[in-house]
Design a protein around this ligand. Structure first.
Ligand SMILES: [Zn+2]
Length: 214
């Protein structure tokens, strides 16, 4: 399943450190502009290796296509702009996890998340497994290698599954297809047929697949 957490922070070059001396609001506004293009590219290369090319939340293979792999802010940019470039706040996620999570709170106190001035260094303050602090497999595992479940009633695991919508059809379908690619039973075809159905029917189909596999 790849590495359990990000162990090594990215090392900023001197010119990158200079760049980050810009005021906080300016940095947040410039996130998507040319100003930080190189820095973000270098950071991404570092994180791809650290995360063994897997999304930090759903553990799906990350796409090499820039628009499909996002630099994810654990504490959302919109909730606290001070951590826009805090290296401990950054990880790579797939586009789907990133958009499901959007600006949902991950700190134990909503109001504090917005007013924090220093980046929290304790795992216990976060509602989800923190990519830099927590071992993923102590919180979430994938039953039958595709169905996300919390480990030992982990509240962080429960919250992550909810916040990132880890039980979404697309994710489970991808994992099932990858897992059962060469096995008998026409799994790929089953998933393909389900993908044409309504979200409810598709998810019910996943339940049937689980029942079949058990
Ligand atoms: Zn993901």
């Amino acid at each position: 399943m790849g590495k359990n957490r990000i162990e090594n922070l990215y090392t900023l070059s001197n010119s990158e450190k200079e760049l980050l001396k810009l005021p906080e609001s300016k940095k947040k506004d410039s996130w998507d502009t040319h100003t930080f293009q190189d820095l973000k590219k270098n950071l991404k290369s570092h994180l791809y290796v650290e995360q063994e090319n897997l999304c930090v939340y759903c553990k799906q293979e990350l796409s090499k296509e820039t628009r499909l792999t996002h630099i994810e802010h654990v504490i959302a940019r919109d909730n606290n702009e001070k951590f826009c470039f805090a290296l401990k706040n950054l990880a790579l996620s797939c586009r789907d996890c990133n958009s499901a999570k959007s600006a949902k709170y991950v700190y134990h106190n909503e109001r504090t998340e917005k007013s924090l001035s220093r980046y929290p260094h304790r795992s216990v303050r976060f509602l989800i497994p923190h990519p830099h602090y927590d071992n993923f497999d102590e919180h979430v595992s994938f039953f039958l290698d595709f169905y996300p479940i919390e480990v030992n009633q982990s509240s962080k695991g429960i919250k992550l599954i909810e916040i990132c919508n880890l039980r979404r059809f697309g994710l489970m379908a991808n994992k099932i297809t990858a897992e059962f690619k060469n096995s008998a039973g026409g799994m790929e075809e089953k998933i393909y047929k389900l993908s044409a159905k309504s979200p409810e029917e598709a998810l019910a189909g996943i339940d049937e697949i689980i029942a079949e596999l058990l």
